[in-house]
Design a protein around this ligand. Structure first.
Ligand SMILES: [Mg+2]
Length: 159
């Protein structure tokens, strides 16, 4: 048994036969760290804000405007470059670091906005992906970029 364990590739992900569901991500490419979770990020930013007495400024509207500003900062990094390849192979390490910081600003404000609106963001994202599957049945839309209103699916009236 020990030899069998040693011979098994430790990082290879097994398909789950227990519930019959497919692995959520079968790609061998890039993936995120397991932690922190979105709720851990929420708690970290919540503490950061309370320690500075900034909670008073973090109304939903202010957070939305702040997040939008950060999206603009991300866009600025892509501005005038033309299309870029996955993984940004032509970008400098400095620019990649800058991008990681600006994307983090967007995420932090998004999580904070969801917290202040009492939206359970990870659960809501799962629900939205399920809804998108209904709006865009793979067999019907495969390889097409048409909007859902151009298909005859049952979810036409939702956003
Ligand atoms: Mg920023």
């Amino acid at each position: 048994m020990m030899a069998q364990q040693l011979n098994s590739p430790p990082l290879k992900r097994q398909r789950s036969d227990r519930d019959g569901q497919e692995e959520p991500d079968s790609s061998e490419g890039f993936r995120f760290s397991q932690e922190p979770t979105l709720d851990q990020i929420r708690a970290m930013q919540n503490q950061f804000s309370r320690e500075r007495n900034w909670d008073q400024f973090h109304t939903p509207r202010n957070l939305l405007l702040a997040m939008t500003g950060e999206v603009g900062e991300v866009a600025e990094l892509f501005q005038w470059r033309g299309e870029v390849e996955e993984g940004l192979p032509d970008w400098s390490e400095k620019d990649k670091k800058h991008l990681s910081q600006e994307l983090s600003d967007v995420l932090i404000y998004l999580v904070r906005l969801a917290e202040k609106c009492h939206v359970d963001l990870p659960a809501a994202a799962v629900d939205k992906i399920k809804l998108n599957k209904l709006k865009y049945p793979a067999h019907q839309v495969y390889g097409s970029s048409k909007k859902y209103t151009e298909y005859n699916t049952p979810e036409k009236n939702s956003s």
